[in-house]
Design a protein around this ligand. Sequence first.
Ligand code: SAM
Length: 232
Amino acid sequence: SDHSLDYPSSPQTIDWSTHYPLFAGTGKRPEFADVGCGFGGLLIALAPLFPDTLMLGMEIRVQVSQYVQDRIAALRVTASTPDDSTGNSTTSSAYYQNVSIVRANAMKFLPNYFTKHSLSSLFFLFPDPHFKSRKHKARIISPTLLAEYAYVLRPGGIIYTITDVKDLHEWMKIHLTGFALFEPVDEATLRSEGKGPIVDAVYTSTEEGRKVERNGGDKWLACFRRIEVPRQ
Ligand code: SAM
């Protein structure tokens, strides 16, 4: 449970320079958030592709979030170690400086971390399905949470969801499509907008996604754009 966690009272109180020391003084804040990031595969795949974009994973499990923190710390060291053959520190010296993680219950505290319209991408990859209907309110996409997602996402920003559970896929589609501030956006459109590398990472980079692949399961993708003017 989250009683023992200390949450920032507002995003303004967060010192992002402890998360992203190389970006201290730039005024930058996270623009990508991976909700329930698990072992961090998505952000670690995306970090080198968007080296100037700050990214934050949120994970509720203590050991898992600690693992991701250690993983990022190790990657930062390795990536900045000079190449033995040349003795040069390569351009990779800044790799992984743009990725970090917090242990947090994202269902309760998202607006404590992100200011209004600060995110360009919000990821929900292979979220826990909570199969039984009395557990549906525990789902990470629920009617009450959509307003919060719309608040932290900037107009034009994208919610990416993927799951191997067809029923959960339909549930997320129904709720997101039914919310006036989101409109469905298909994979081809995202690719035509240059978001192909993000879509590819959504499909293949996470630990859960790889498990689904090993087991020969299906993957259902559904993406939504945060629009400026509510749909009628
Ligand atoms: N996205 C990762 C992936 O694709 O490999 C992990 C998927 S795993 C099935 C779901 C993760 O969400 C778990 O690591 C779980 O601890 C985390 N989680 C569940 N509820 C959460 C919440 N309210 N806030 C943050 N993380 C949560």
